[in-house]
Design a protein around this ligand. Sequence first.
Ligand code: PRP
Length: 222
Amino acid sequence: MSDHSGLTIALNKGRILKEFLPMLAACGIEPSEDMSASRKLVFDSRTGGHKLVVMRGADVPTYVEYGAADVGITGKDTLMEYEGGSHFYERLDLNIGVCKLMTAAPPDTDLTSGRLRVATKFVNVTRRYFEAQGRQVSIIPLSGAMEIAPLMDLADCIVDIVDTGNTLKANGLVALDTIAHVSSRVIVNRASMKTRFDAVQNLIDTLRGQVAAANPLIGSKP
Ligand code: PRP
């Protein structure tokens, strides 16, 4: 567990980080230097003694699970895929990083019969999804660029994140079923929720206020 006065916050690098940094700044938490201009992965905050740690999304739940970070920001897709344990709470939907987890395939692919080959990095979500349909599939684990797997005849279809749909289109695939609606979430280590209650709650409340202000028509949900 972190022993400095502020919170240790694990941040999902990439698009989520870009969208989240202004929200964090509005909470009074800003990195002491420009994150995008640095190869560093751990940044002190200008004030408050917080530590901001930049990492791959899939590692955010692990850091929070083990208490190496008090708080984490990552996508619901990553949380659905994570099967490491439950030593954290999902406390807030930030309504950023909004996209869908979908199946996709080349047009006119018959996905109704035979044993499907499904390429994905979301192997756990994919297994559960097809199990719930009573379908046996062969899951082909990839770590990125799933879109090319059907083109190379490695798979019949893929399960991947769809935002604008441009990547699917550019690779000649069509989106099929929506497995989950995805957005970025705040997770909090269970122990930190108790030992750092004021700091954590203050952060969550301020973020919740921003979510409500940015999305007046929807309630924020965990
Ligand atoms: C995601 C996803 C798709 C793309 C979809 O990849 O894996 O490739 O975004 O976005 P679009 O519908 O707007 O084209 P990302 O760029 O996040 O990188 P990743 O593969 O490392 O997750």
